[in-house]
Design a protein around this ligand. Sequence first.
Ligand code: BJW
Ligand code: ZN
Length: 237
Amino acid sequence: MKAAAKIISGAEYLIALTGAGVSRESNVPTFRGVDGLWRNYDPMQLATPHAFARDPKLVWEWYSWRQALIAECDPNPAHTTLAEWEANAILRCLITQNVDGLHRRAGSEKVLEVHGDLWATKCSSCGYRGRLDSPAVGIPLCPECNSMLRPNVVWFGESLNRDIMTRVHEELSLADVILVVGTSALVQPAASFPLVVKYTGGKIVETNIEHTPLTPASDVHVSGKAGEVLPLLDQLL
Ligand code: BJW
Ligand code: ZN
């Protein structure tokens, strides 16, 4: 913990990468692991363009269920600590794989949501983009062309948004320390972002309740729950 605090305090340009583990203590299920979303649902049946083409109703049911679940969740001390660090210019940018919006709700402003936003929609055939303000009922239709809307999230096999990726790469090149919180580091390209910082001479601080493929490349690994580790780290700065 002290070693992690020392690296963070000494950082010239600290950024963070978060995954589902940062929201676990807000009661948002993670994807993998014992109580993960993928235990009961096969991601390949739900989080792919092919799945949506085959059974859009099933895919929307899954997203609508998650929207309802997340609407009941609130940011936890991990989210609020990161938001405070941004406000105090300790943290320069937050890259998140999460689509739950909890970082923004905690007050973080410089957030790059690389896998999209659970409440955002886009048309499956025209360029329409929209937002839901309550969980979807059935299959929402495009107000412009009446085709099916889909969640504006990034599914397997899809490219990440180009403008967001440009900004991610700018941040990765500026960063000398990246704090990686609660990601299994299995899904590309996000899993490789910390390595970009490392290969340009920067450091990786990882915190997670388990080891990940990034642990061997990390300068420090802090074992523990994000909602406990981050406030403790804050006290040591
Ligand atoms: C705690 C905690 C607590 C718990 N405190 N910690 C072979 C090799 C390499 C790549 C590929 C490959 N085959 C295919 C690919 C590409 C593919 C990929 O990476 N696949 C791998 C699975 C093998 N990637 C893609 O397809 C990406 N696009 C792409 O590459 O485009 C180029 C391309 C185009 C065409 C063909 C090929 C390439 C897109 C990836 C999109 C991922 N989308 C999802 C769904 C988003 C929408 C939605 O939410 O529905 O994003 S999948 C899912 O995984 C979601 C997450 O953001 C993402 C990462 O998961 P995360 O956040 O790490 O969560 P978990 O559950 O895995 O881990 C939680 C962690 O928290 C654990 O470590 C716990 O220990 C920890 N934890 N409680 C701290 N309290
Ligand atoms: Zn449309």
